[in-house]
Design a protein. Structure first.
Length: 179
């Protein structure tokens, strides 16, 4: 049974995973079930403190959690250039073609190692496709975007959001009933 209002950020891998009472390998507890929805609430290096959908909490090796993409924002209108995956896919294809051309020239002796490094310096490409889901790296925005084939939404960014000094500082509030 899922706790009311629970929104997972991750799931446990298909094979399940070991868990600990504290971020200490000497304090093991019951392993977590495969594909159990969890919310990552804290990180300490590779350790992740998770709140499970059944109300339990535990420490796990956070590197092995499977991220759950958040639903992209819904739009009743046509795709915008920010949400349409096609322009980013096109830029990714172009960057990959530039890298491949440089590799070909290097392999045939048309480039030396230093020229290859200069030509590819700053080139960043990232693509993961798994069925209808895809993750694309957008170097212009320094972010990973998640797409379902029709629209993109930000999945992860390289840096935290820039400080907006025009607003009061944010304070952390714990909803009632949560630890």
């Amino acid at each position: 049974m899922t706790t009311p209002g629970f929104r997972p950020t991750h799931v446990v891998p298909q094979q399940g995973m070991p868990a600990w009472e504290a971020p200490d390998p000497a304090r093991p507890t019951v392993p977590l079930d495969p594909l159990l929805p969890v919310r990552l609430v804290e990180r300490r290096g590779d350790w992740g403190h998770v709140l499970c959908s059944n109300g339990w909490s535990a420490w796990v090796d956070g590197r092995h959690l499977v991220a759950v993409p958040q639903d992209p924002p819904l739009s009743a209108g046509p795709l915008t250039t920010a949400a349409d995956p096609r322009p980013l896919l096109g830029r990714t294809e172009q960057a990959l073609a530039r890298y491949r051309a440089a590799v070909e020239e290097l392999a045939t002796g048309g480039l030396d190692g230093e020229t290859f490094r200069r030509r590819t310096q700053g080139l960043r490409i990232g693509v993961v496709v798994d069925g209808e889901s895809m993750w694309l790296y957008d170097p212009a925005q320094a972010r990973w975007a998640y797409g379902d084939g029709t629209r993109l939404s930000t999945y992860a960014a390289d840096a935290p959001p820039a400080a907006d000094l025009g607003h009061a500082p944010t304070r952390v509030v714990t909803p009632e009933g949560e630890p």
